[in-house]
Design a protein. Structure first.
Length: 71
């Protein structure tokens, strides 16, 4: 996520043109009948999204690449 922080000043919301900020959210645990994955011992229990400061839309980040598509 370090490169995204460096380029936040040039990224903008595709919907309204507002400034984006990097937000950290807790990851949800995945439960499966055959297999239970518990993320409580994992040191990286958070996921990051970009949040527009103007319109409050959020944009996912997949494999450190922001998904800035209009919905």
């Amino acid at each position: 996520m370090i490169w995204i922080k460096e380029y936040l000043h040039i990224l903008q919301c595709p919907s309204c043109g507002g400034d984006l900020e990097l937000k950290e959210y807790p990851k949800k645990n995945i439960l499966n009948v055959d297999n239970i994955i518990d993320n409580s011992n994992n040191s990286n229990n958070n996921e990051y999204k970009l949040l527009c400061k103007k319109c409050n839309k959020t944009y996912d980040i997949a494999e450190e690449i922001p998904i800035l598509l209009r919905k």
